[in-house]
Design a binder for this molecule. Structure first.
Ligand SMILES: [Zn+2]
Ligand SMILES: [Zn+2]
Ligand SMILES: [Zn+2]
Length: 769
């Protein structure tokens, strides 16, 4: 039997990343295609719709809603209820309502889709060579959003009035640009301009692009305004240009990322696996760290001595056009001085980058908030995000239970903040190291932005246990001012909680939390920790043998100091006269005397169990690195040097202790290392033996701890060799290994763990009360 008497009404509420991805037009097409009537609506909590008609068709509608959803949509939750028909006629897309709690997901920026790129490259299309073409499947989102819900008046596109043709597309439910909020065309949208060093307009539109391309090919440095900020660009083949950029940016060694025009260009520079190709071409379009071919045509200064190149493909039509115009790989590094936050505004860029760039390629679409390029490496069979920014932020991590609103401010390096609302923890874009006033400004701006965007007030502010971190001071002051309680979380405990949260594992686990620095509960510098616990608490099961680090933080950029320190710890003062060892030779006799005094008295030589510093010490002993420009550089050199065929290892015993954490003792490892050095075993084999020894130590400790789950977290697990070998050995022994994927293992992921630890703290307080 058919007819109106059988008709039913289906009401559906969808939560998740469903705004700005063409979800409503998709619903419209699906409903009208099935002959159903009703309406669909975006509001600040998600997408709501009602459809009515034949029940079988309603069921088909509901099923296809999930299976045929637009590519960028992420449905987190779909609630349905069946009602009597309301007698709707036709299908309507209703205007947004701004009521209720703001829980809708803010989407990250999405790289240009194939269809838009085809239009931009098609001389017959009205968007031919237009740098700002986009549609509901691609384009800016997070970086243009001023307020929720995501509608054009709430974006930085609000000042560009749609022309008639664009409006027709925008209002046509069957068009790819139906309700594409940032949609634009050459007639009505943003325009590019080329500026000279003092901001004088040199050219506009097409001519500006030509001028920028010419400048690049001439060897100039170009400051180019992109999606989430400025890039500094230059011809990657040009040794002089790259060298000049290094000098101007005060960046001597750290590798530069490259932007190439397409996958074919990427293949001429690096080994591209199918997984890497998919990642390069993904909507996130991150920088992917890839094994370089070795004979590639890029300047030596791009990534001196590095086995990998960081490559990315253009993420906007502007970058596609620029890369096609130059047809060479371009260095594309954040538009900033050294480690400062990225520039987003052209007037600001003019003052901050004028000494760095020879020309500017700018445009008049404002950037509402910064987003650096994300960095991803493929390790242990999956992409691992190392820097989480454009394309990923601010997507949340979903958690099992409803959380109070908690703000977590991270630690000190690679800072990102986190905010929990309901069952979601929103992670901010990468902010950076909080070492400069500019970085602190960016930090405060991101927090204010998050609280404003989600219109919420935290019930708790969580910070690192380190009393002297600027993030800690900020949290304490802000909380006092706003009458909100604070909670301090030990650094490595936060790493562990972060890894557990990302893997949705509530069970206690052994957290192998290895990094450079984290303030311990005993006031010493931790960093080679084995913690057993969960978000609610931990016990320090074991740690690396401690040693005194002369000069404390100063030693972070001097691996030779860490080497002297471990030598002193095992062999005493005599070791400091071993001229046969590179790190000893790297100091003058006077310096050695001074360091020996520091080590003997312990004055300005804090105790540490840092795994990062142990990497430094070994890199220095192998003669790979005595002084560095940035943290982790020596460890990267050690990883790069390691010969993957070598499977030997040095003794690295675990010593249980009464009433104290077990000690993983690198003393015997050091003895064996020096012996091998004496036998002139090559550095590649030694570097591999060191990694293998660490893996043995991890496995030994996991067996002693006896926890079924083992989390590998902390900055040291950015090291692919260590991560892959440890994960493989542990898995083979039946452990369930927890690794990070979309949340960085380094301090960029720490705020997620801080939120979860804070939530458990609040719950505990409530139980007591
Ligand atoms: Zn598109
Ligand atoms: Zn237009
Ligand atoms: Zn850390």
């Amino acid at each position: 039997m058919t007819g109106p008497s059988r008709a039913r009404r289906l009401k559906i509420e969808i939560r998740g990343a469903v705004q700005g991805v063409g979800f409503r037009p998709f619903v419209y097409r699906l409903a009208t295609g099935l002959g159903l009537s009703g309406w669909v609506l975006n509001d600040i909590r998600g997408v709501f719709l009602e459809v009515e008609g034949d029940p079988e068709r309603l069921i088909a509608f509901r099923d296809r809603l999930r299976t045929e959803a637009p590519p960028q949509a992420r449905i987190q939750d779909l609630a349905e209820s069946w009602l009597d028909p309301a007698g709707y006629e036709g299908f309507q897309i209703r205007t947004s309502e701004a009521t209720g709690t703001k829980t809708v997901l803010v989407l990250p920026d999405i790289a240009t889709c194939r269809e838009c790129l085809d239009e931009v490259l098609d001389p017959g299309d009205r968007r031919f060579r237009y740098p700002f073409a986009n549609c509901t499947n691609c384009g800016p989102r997070f970086t243009i959003l001023r307020d929720l819900p995501y509608d054009r008046p709430n974006t930085t596109m609000r000042t560009f009035a749609l022309c008639r043709e664009c409006r027709d597309e925008y209002e046509n439910p069957l068009d790819r640009r139906f309700h594409a909020q940032p949609t634009a065309c050459p007639a009505c949208g943003p325009q590019v301009a080329a500026w000279g060093r003092s901001g004088e307009v040199l050219a506009r539109s097409e001519e500006a692009l030509e001028l920028a391309a010419d400048a690049l090919l001439r060897g100039d440095v170009l400051a180019c305004k992109g999606l989430g900020g400025f890039h500094l660009m230059c011809d990657a083949r040009n040794e002089v240009a790259v060298g000049r950029l290094r000098v101007r940016k005060a960046r001597e060694d750290k590798p530069f990322a490259l932007m190439v025009r397409d996958l074919a260009a990427a293949r001429s520079l690096a080994e591209i696996s199918p997984a890497a190709a998919a990642l390069l071409e993904s909507a996130e379009a991150p920088i992917v760290l890839l094994p370089r071919l070795g004979n590639e045509a890029v300047a030596r200064a791009v990534a001196p001595g590095k086995p990998e190149l960081g490559l990315m493909l253009p993420a906007t039509p502007l970058h596609h056009l620029l890369l096609r115009a130059v047809d060479v790989p371009l260095v594309a590094t954040s538009g900033n001085l050294s480690e400062e936050p990225i520039c987003t505004d052209e007037r600001d860029a003019l003052s901050r980058l004028s000494g760095l760039a020879d020309a500017f390629l700018v445009h008049d679409r404002p950037i509402e908030r910064h987003a650096d390029d994300s960095v991803v490496r493929i390790a242990a069979g999956a992409p691992r995000v190392l820097r989480r920014a454009r394309g990923y932020a601010p997507l949340p991590v979903a958690v099992a239970e409803e959380l109070p609103v908690i703000l977590a401010v991270g630690a000190h390096m690679k800072t990102a903040v986190a905010l929990s609302i309901g069952r979601q923890v929103f992670l901010s874009q990468h902010i950076g190291d909080l070492e400069t006033p500019e970085a602190m400004n960016a930090f405060r701006r991101v927090i204010a932005d998050f609280l404003r965007l989600y219109e919420t007030r935290p019930a708790l502010v969580v910070h690192d246990l380190h009393p002297a971190y600027p993030s800690t001071s900020w949290a304490v002051e802000w909380a006092a001012e706003h009458g909100v309680p604070t909670f301090a979380v030990q650094h490595h405990h936060a790493h562990l909680a972060s890894c557990l949260a990302e893997n949705a594992t509530p069970a206690p686990a052994l957290g192998v939390t290895w990094d450079g620095t984290g303030y311990g509960t005993d006031g010493t510098v931790w960093g080679g920790e084995f913690l057993v616990g969960d978000a609610g608490g931990f016990a320090r099961f074991a740690h690396l043998r401690p040693f005194r680090l002369p000069g404390g933080e100063a030693a972070v950029r001097e691996p030779r100091r860490a080497a002297l320190a471990v030598l002193f710890e095992v062999f005493g003062g005599d070791a400091l006269s071993r001229e046969d060892l590179p790190p000893v030779r790297a100091f003058s006799p006077n310096e050695r005397t001074l360091l020996a005094q520091m080590l003997e008295t312990g004055l300005n030589a804090p105790l540490t169990t840092s795994a990062g510093r142990l990497f430094d010490a070994v890199a220095a002993l192998l003669g790979l690195s005595q002084q560095t420009r940035y943290e982790g550089q020596a460890a990267m050199a050690l990883e790069a040097a390691a010969d993957p065929r070598e499977d030997g290892a040095w003794p690295f015993p675990l010593a249980p202790r009464e009433g104290a954490p077990a000690l993983l003792d690198w003393g015997p490892l050091l003895h064996a290392l020096l012996e091998d050095l004496g036998h002139r075993v090559n550095a590649g084999r030694l570097a591999a033996r060191f990694h293998n020894s660490l893996v043995d130590g991890i496995v030994r400790t996991a067996e002693a701890a006896g926890e079924a789950h083992v989390a590998l977290t902390g900055g040291c697990f950015q090291n692919r060799l260590l991560l892959e070998r440890a994960a493989a050995r542990l898995s083979a022994l039946g452990f369930r290994v927890l690794l990070h994927r979309e949340v960085p293992p380094n301090d960029g992921g720490i705020s997620l763990g801080q939120v979860l630890a804070g939530a458990r703290h609040l719950k505990h307080l409530h139980r007591i009360a």
